[in-house]
Design a protein around this ligand. Sequence first.
Ligand SMILES: [Zn+2]
Length: 431
Amino acid sequence: MMPSTLRHQPHTWSDDPGDLSSLSDEVIQVGPAALSSMMKLIERGLAMGEGFSGGSEYTGLAGIAHAYLHLYESLTTISASHRGRQSQALQMLAASQASLLSKAAKMAELARAHPERTSFLEGMPGILCIRAAAYKALGQEDRARETAQEVRRWDGPAQRMPPGEDELLYGRAGYLYSLLFLHKHIEPMTDAAPVVHKLMEQILHDGRRHPLAAEYGGLMYSWHGTAYLGAAHGLAGILHTLALALKQFPTGSLSADREWAALITRSTLALVDHAFPSGNLPSSHGSDTDKLVHWCHGAVGLLPLLLEVEGLCTAAEKEKVHAAAEKAGHVIWERGLLLKGPGLCHGVSGNAYALLSAYRKTQDARYLMRSTRFALWLAEHWQELCNHADRPLSLFEGISGAVYLWADVLALHTSAAEQKLDKVYFPGYEI
Ligand SMILES: [Zn+2]
């Protein structure tokens, strides 16, 4: 029973990793059937053209295609590790594997976004990234490469966006993420390095000029007049993308790399200074209500940033970052069973991903325990949660986020977990 006045469902579960093996049994028992039911609902919605909006990764067809593609890839791992002792539900799911890939490619081909939108989550670049990934999975390497090159048509528009249009959901960081995605998942984009560095310079330049920059370690941004702190529109999302970009595309100058790394780190530490005592992040500068434990606004976007920045820190800074990550992980665990929907942006799937991200980076089994508990709760409640989602089929608000998560959780709890862990990342945020 879900209390209607709360934003989240309270729980009293233990996160003692000693219970992991019984939890794994539950995952293997519950997961395939839950995934099959979720897929049936998506298929019905797709046939009726309902439950999603447009073509984007965030609310539309490309996001659903991304979930199909991810489930297709995870089923290869799951089937290989469970050969000979598969449940009937898993066998049925595995039987649909090939069609998942062809459907993903078809959806990614049909998807369209407004041509002036340049980001991964809301624009054509993101749709083309998923299309390229589907072609690559189909073995059509040439088509995948050609599609990846099409993304470069937005190099100029992304650079020409007005100063201040730097956030992840619609802005420059969102285009930068598209290039990082292609570099990691399609083919090395070494010729994109000058564009990547130009975009980074523009983002850093805008951040330094903001009136609140000094208070936030040297960088701050506003989107539509508000100085947001979270992942979707704010500082956490921009810093996280910059940290990923610097790792994938070092500048070639040790001193420039050090200067940029120091700036990203200083701003992250200042962001931590502005966090609530709970470890959660205010939605924007000056907000004093500690209520949103979301990826878009809150600790859920902060935790992957802290884990990423740890690699850039000095020993003294590492201690502070580590303590903040521990607190962020705790507040997500305590208040993360969100009732607003099943998706990645402000739903349980996204919160489970921040915890999985912590597991990948720290190998601390408590985080696997926590994210698995969230996934199991989701398997039980996803239908009720769908009633609260604006676009109930979508990746970032709806059930495709749950499908994406369950594909990873199921693979992690099979014997091939070690091989799988490096492929577990928050879609649209990590790479
Ligand atoms: Zn959100």
